[in-house]
Design a protein. Structure first.
Length: 330
């Protein structure tokens, strides 16, 4: 990615399934300055890409569209996104890049990849816009869904879309929910994805700390502990029908990446989250709802991993720990 003189202004347009992300991007395309070239990277959960074809109907000149169908583009160490993004950028140097993750994707990991060393000086992260349907916060399945919450947590601006369909009290319910989650991003109300172009502009508020918070940290038991100078620290607990175990490894500890991925993907866990140093760099690992996602980050104070499982039968934490130790390199 050498030879770039001007970084590409980059925005994430995120939100849960069916919230109207592609419609919003179409509206933004209609406002594209004639002298600018744009690129769009769109990810769909299904194996057959549809959104790319819909966006191509905008009829705008100087717009390049690239699809990543089939699951979250930040999975498999972010390689699907990185490969597609590199091809897209090599094809044409855009003035602005819009990225639409799948509604079931983890935007924090996408942001982590985009802010990594590979894209330093190539991309400039600007505003992350999260679209939300305020009617959904009445449904406990949404309120408790990790990805739904993460999309709100990483937002620089929260856009309540489809307001023409709202009933009395829907907007207040959204405001109350955001207050409960301590989310303070500016909020807007629109219908039919009618987002003004100016909302894209401005430096992103994303940071490594935001990523750590968005993926849920690595557990209260580990939060206040300092990494050992050598070896590891382990903490485990049990309650409410679940068992948990967490590890902190010394900062200099590094894991063999491919073996680590194979190990983590083979675990039968309700939830897994970690920030780990590997022989390929620092990575965030996030398993939720049976889907593993990863994203590269620049640095972290230490390596931490937490696993949560159904308590019965009690997981063999010793066996897992031994497998992790065997993957240490150097």
């Amino acid at each position: 990615m050498k030879g770039w003189q001007k970084p590409v202004s980059t925005n994430i347009i995120t939100g849960f399934l069916g919230v109207g992300k592609s419609t919003a991007i179409l509206h933004l395309l209609g406002q594209k300055p004639a002298q600018e070239s744009w690129a769009i990277l769109v990810n769909e959960f299904g194996e057959i890409g549809v959104d790319g074809g819909l966006l191509a109907q905008s009829g705008q000149q100087d717009v390049v569209i690239k699809e990543i169908p089939g699951g979250c583009m930040c999975c498999a160490s972010g390689l699907p996104m990185q490969i597609s993004l590199n091809l897209l950028l090599a094809r044409k140097r855009p003035d602005r890049l819009l990225i639409e993750p799948t509604g079931l994707g983890h935007p924090a990991e996408v942001l982590a990849t985009l802010s990594g060393e590979q894209y330093r000086g190539v991309l400039t992260l600007e505003q992350t816009l999260t679209l939300v349907d305020a009617r959904k916060v009445h449904d406990e399945r949404y309120r408790k869904h990790e990805i739904f919450n993460q999309q709100l947590e990483v937002a620089d601006q929260i856009i309540a879309n489809k307001t023409d369909l709202y009933a009395s009290g829907d907007v207040q319910a959204l405001d109350d929910f955001l207050a409960q989650q301590h989310i303070t991003a500016p909020r807007h109300r629109v219908s039919h994805g009618q987002i003004p172009l100016d909302w894209l502009k401005g430096k992103a508020g994303y940071s490594h700390l935001a990523l750590t918070n968005a993926v849920g940290g690595v557990g209260e038991e580990l939060a206040g502990l300092v990494a050992p100078e050598s070896g590891l620290i382990r903490r485990q607990g049990q309650g409410e029908g679940f068992a948990s175990c967490g590890w902190i490894f010394a900062r200099h500890s590094r894991f063999e990446f491919n073996g680590l991925m194979s190990l983590l993907l083979g675990l039968d866990m309700e939830r897994l989250k970690g920030i780990l140093h590997t022989d390929q760099g620092w990575f965030v690992f996030n398993l939720a709802d049976g889907v593993m996602s990863t994203g590269s980050i620049e640095d972290a104070p230490d390596s931490r991993l937490e696993c949560i499982s159904i308590a019965l039968p009690l997981p063999e934490w010793d066996v897992l720990e031994q497998a992790l130790v065997r993957l240490l390199v150097d």
